[in-house]
Design a protein around this ligand. Structure first.
Ligand SMILES: Nc1ncnc2c1ncn2[C@@H]1O[C@H](COP(=O)(O)OP(=O)(O)O)[C@@H](O)[C@H]1O
Ligand SMILES: [Mg+2]
Length: 495
């Protein structure tokens, strides 16, 4: 029933009665100087860090540095008319962007504007770029696997949903390729992906987009892009935008995967902005809070408890090293923030061992808890054997005469190294992983020459795809199924 006119009047009267006359201070800022993506402004004493401000010509900037007489801000959208003397006002707002399923299949900039030539996505919700990370009580231990489709990773460096796993290595060692493969492996697994490209060349952006589209992975993926020529402000914001998008899915009880490609570039941009804003430089000229830059980003990736919907956000930050130097400032920071790292080695790449993952220098601190039991069981034997082989190989280079037992172990190790090679864009399902591991551990692949080995692997993948035992079936069931697929025994396990 509509309100009685009288009561409406009464309520308005109280409101009018309760009105307090007071002085309201409106600050009017003035642009002092503009340049290199940074703007200096005076006359805005109440500005807060990371608050959005606008200038009269329609440019927007983010408050980034507070001084007594002036503030420094990084430009996000620069209108052509921006120059010294322009009026500037604080908006009191934090930066936010549209999130939700409307972003799937789209390429957007860190403010949510479309970069794919289509209409702006119509998002039901907005989300802050710099939101807080979930409190400890809302979190859960990682316990579900994130299938990467990679032979090396899924067997020996397993990742769980909600984990933060660093991809580290020199330029051109296969990090982007690996991350893309992980996105491809999510097809049909209910994980929505965000791929953040920070300051990348246009050719890289085109090839990533093209690969995702061609293989039907774009439909469950959002690309957040700030290309090399974008303003430093946008490049700085890109990972936070990607994080906010993935976070919204996690909060809705879903599973998300976010790739940050890459955070070394991000750190460099932050250093550039900080130097322009005259913050005191520290180690390697990075400002003192560069650790916080990435810690607050990666802390937002987690696995939520059932009470919070049970969603997860897995993060694959990428960091580029120089000459394999993992002890440099940014790499060590990231290693300490993440739950493990996958190390891509230039020497392995050069000798054609692809993917060039160095198992000895890679680790997953929490993923083992999420690894399927059967795979974990097979992998334990395999990894030990492999690590022993790598050590043995180094020593056996010095002496030529080896006893038969050692020769056999070297042969097994070389076989495994060949088995672990994998072409890009060929993710393996867990059943196929278990198939080849069982075959290897049973010794069924020993002594096969290259051609026969390829044929055997194909037989295993096809067999597993046609109908494999359950992953948690008894080992004997797998053993006999594998023997059947290889034609080396009765095909009992085949469904
Ligand atoms: N597993 C692989 N097998 C064959 N080629 C690979 C593999 N991984 C990467 N490459 C090739 O190596 C090159 C560099 O890879 P990329 O992922 O761009 O390296 P990064 O991101 O570390 O700079 C690319 O041409 C890519 O096709
Ligand atoms: Mg790359």
């Amino acid at each position: 029933m509509p309100d009685e006119p009288v009561s409406v009047l009464e309520r308005s009267a109280t409101r009018v009665h309760g009105y307090r006359f007071a002085l309201r201070v409106a600050e009017r800022g003035r642009v002092l100087s503009v340049g290199d993506g940074v703007v200096w402004i005076e006359g805005l004493p109440s500005a807060a860090m990371e608050e959005l401000l606008r200038t009269e010509d329609g440019s927007t900037a983010l408050v980034f540095h507070l001084d007594r007489e002036r503030i420094g801000a990084i430009l996000l959208e620069q209108a052509s008319g921006l120059r010294a003397g322009a009026a500037a006002t604080l908006t009191g707002e934090r930066l936010a962007l549209g999130v939700g399923d409307a972003l799937l299949g789209r390429m957007v900039d860190p403010l949510g504007a479309p970069l794919d030539g289509a209409l702006p996505p119509v998002c039901a919700a907005q989300r802050r770029l710099d939101g807080p990370s979930p409190p400890i009580v809302a979190r859960e231990f990682v316990k579900q696997p994130l299938i990467t489709g990679s032979k090396v990773a899924d067997t020996m460096i397993p990742i769980g949903r909600g984990q933060r796993q660093l991809l580290i290595g020199d330029n051109g060692t296969g990090k982007t390729t690996f991350a893309l493969d992980v996105v491809l492996a999510q097809k049909g697994r209910g994980v929505s992906c965000v791929y953040v490209l920070i300051g990348q060349k246009r050719s890289t952006i085109a090839s990533v987009t093209d690969t995702l589209r061609r293989l039907g992975a774009l439909e469950y993926t959002t690309l957040v892009v700030a290309e090399a020529t974008a303003s430093p402000g946008l490049k700085y914001l890109a990972p936070y935008a990607g994080c906010a998008i993935a976070e919204a899915w996690m909060e809705a009880g879903r599973h998300a995967l976010v790739v940050y490609d890459d955070l070394s570039t991000h750190a460099r941009i932050y250093r550039e902005l900080s130097l322009l804003l005259r913050r005191p430089p520290g180690r390697e000229a990075y400002p003192g809070d560069v650790f916080y830059l990435h810690a607050r980003l990666l802390e937002r990736s987690t696995c939520l408890s059932a009470a919070q919907g049970g969603g997860s956000m897995t993060a694959l930050p990428i960091v580029e090293t120089e000459q394999g130097e993992i002890a440099a400032y940014i790499p060590t920071n990231l290693i300490s923030i993440t739950d493990g790292q996958i190390y891509f080695d230039r020497a392995l790449f050069a000798s054609g061992i692809l993917p060039a993952i160095d198992v000895r220098r890679s680790v997953s601190r929490i993923g083992g808890k999420a690894q399927p039991e059967a795979i974990k069981h097979e992998a334990a034997r395999m990894k030990l054997e492999y690590l022993q082989f790598l050590e043995l190989e180094t020593f056996s280079r010095f002496g030529s005469r080896l006893e038969a037992g050692l020769r056999a172990r070297l042969a097994r190790g070389r076989l495994l190294r060949n088995l672990l090679k994998q072409e890009p864009l060929s993710p393996l399902a867990p059943e196929s992983q278990l198939a080849w591991m069982t075959a290897f551990n049973d010794g069924s692949l020993d002594g096969l020459e290259a051609e026969k080995l390829t044929a055997a692997l194909r037989a295993l993948t096809q067999g597993a795809a046609r109908g494999a035992p359950e992953l948690d079936a008894p080992r004997e069931a797998w053993s006999s199924a594998v023997a059947g697929w290889l034609g080396t025994g009765p095909a009992r396990g085949e469904a």
